[in-house]
Write a protein that binds this ligand. Structure first.
Ligand code: SF4
Length: 240
């Protein structure tokens, strides 16, 4: 520090005032500096807090997204489960008594099905002929069983038997909201009944009969009468 020589009271006073002013100025600067530092610290803390808040916000957002994804996954799984259950129910509703029978019975059991006190060969021929009468249109099995006064239990087994014998085919169809079968002819049986009354079997001129000869089925009145009678009998069976 440089020592100053005091030459007069006035000068001393001036020197003191200058020193005082400088002290005030320094004090102000110091205060300002302290304030600035404090503000800086506060700002830094605020910035850190903001950063933390943003980081938390990001984490929360990620958590919310993960939760949303999890919920969507859960919903999709539930929807899939419901869809599968609905499909299963639909399949079960589609399942017919005949399909259950086919699973339970062996091929021999189906082929050898017989109804008590019934000539099964005759019944098979009769039913096959009836189905043949509906040609390519076929007939619904329940209608046929009603005509034949058969229970649906016996009818279903008989249809399976006819199919296994290769006489008919069964087409699964939805009728009035229920699954059933349309029976269609595949092979017309040769019925001994249908030819047992044929006039040719006892005809005395059968040996001379030929399609191009003088004696011929084309001009034979016996064969014509027999065919007409057979047709009438067949129609009567179909309408009964
Ligand atoms: S078609 Fe008439 S003629 Fe010929 S064998 Fe038969 S019944 Fe006899």
């Amino acid at each position: 520090m440089v020592k100053k020589e005091i030459t007069s009271p006035a000068k001393l006073k001036k020197e003191l005032e200058e020193a005082k002013a400088e002290l005030v100025s320094r004090n102000k600067k110091l205060k300002l500096s302290v304030k600035t530092e404090a503000k800086k610290k506060v700002d830094k803390k605020k910035a850190e807090a903001k950063k933390k808040a943003e980081a938390k916000k990001k984490v929360d957002k990620k958590k919310a997204e993960a939760k949303k994804k999890e919920e969507a996954k859960k919903k999709a799984e539930e929807a899939k489960k419901k869809e599968e259950e609905a499909k299963k129910k639909e399949e079960e509703a589609k399942r017919t008594y005949e399909e259950e029978l086919e699973e339970q019975l062996t091929e021999d059991e189906i082929k050898n099905f017989a109804i008590d006190k019934t000539d099964m060969d005759k019944l098979v021929n009769r039913v096959t002929e009836m189905i043949a009468g509906y040609a390519t249109n076929g007939i619904l099995q329940n209608i046929l069983w009603r005509k034949l006064k058969l229970s649906s239990r016996d009818g279903s087994r008989l249809a399976l038997k006819l199919e296994k014998l290769g006489n008919i085919t069964r087409e699964k169809i939805l009728e009035n909201g229920r699954w059933t079968y349309l029976l269609l002819i595949k092979k017309i049986p040769i019925s001994t009944i249908s030819i047992e009354n044929a006039p040719c079997l006892v005809c005395p001129v059968e040996g001379k009969c030929s399609t191009d000869g003088e004696i011929s089925p084309k001009t034979c009145v016996y064969i014509e009468d027999w065919v007409l009678t057979e047709l009438k009998t067949k129609k009567r069976h179909e309408t009964n």
